[in-house]
Design a protein around this ligand. Structure first.
Ligand code: TYD
Length: 200
């Protein structure tokens, strides 16, 4: 089973995935990963995408680098783990490219789906979208000492990302479960684990 977690900045996905993995580990073989990243090559691509020193990366280059990283990540991490019957929990996947690149960067769904065709053959069984007002999310990460190139985007950009996600959640209602990100982490975990166990 392939499960992805989506949302804007400061939605607590990293902690959630770690805790959900620990719960599932008691009964199942679990593999966690993240995009962009998750392997040697994809972490190198991640650095080009997110390091603020590469301020000149254009929207098209960004989308293509993300698609390249995703193709590598599928072959190297996700598909082998699924073939070994593991439950794969991935922090971000194609929906991130739809919300950030297709919608917020205005590249369009057709372009982003085309360059990610390989990923469209391997869509998640279940996706949790943690919905949160970007102002709340960004306030939560304001004490971080390091901001990546995308964290540094404007509030308007992050509002557009949220609108994008809400649209995508409407487009794929069977796969995407929208979770209210203002709830406590315990409530969110309970909703997610209940849904996963239902599906298993
Ligand atoms: P990360 O530090 O993993 O962010 P977070 O903790 O918020 O998940 O950085 C990933 C960044 O890359 C995040 O700002 C979203 C962005 N991104 C895209 O724009 N498109 C994509 O397809 C993916 C996978 C990530």
């Amino acid at each position: 089973m392939f499960i992805t977690f989506e949302g804007g900045e400061g939605t607590g996905k990293t902690t959630l995935i770690k805790d959900i993995a620990e719960m599932l580990c008691q009964d199942y073989d679990v593999k966690t990963s993240r995009e962009p990243g998750g392997s040697l090559i994809t972490e190198a691509i991640r650095d080009i995408i997110l390091n603020p020193k590469y301020v000149g990366v254009t929207p098209y280059t960004e989308a293509l680098l993300l698609a390249a990283s995703r193709a590598q990540h599928l072959d190297e991490v996700i598909l082998p783990a699924l073939n070994e019957n593991k439950i794969v929990l991935c922090d971000r996947y194609l929906d991130s490219s739809l919300a950030y690149q297709a919608y917020a960067r205005d590249l369009g769904f057709d372009f982003v789906l085309n360059i990610n065709q390989y990923a469209t053959y391997h869509m998640p069984d279940l996706t949790f979208y943690i919905d949160l007002d970007p102002l709340v999310g960004m306030a939560r990460i304001s004490n971080r000492d390091k901001y990546d190139r995308l964290d540094q985007e404007t509030v308007d950009f992050h509002q557009k990302v949220r609108q994008g996600y809400l649209k995508i959640a409407q487009m794929y209602p069977k796969r995407i479960v929208t979770i209210d990100g203002t709830q406590s982490i315990e409530e969110i975990k309970l909703q997610i684990i209940t849904k996963i166990r239902e599906k298993l």
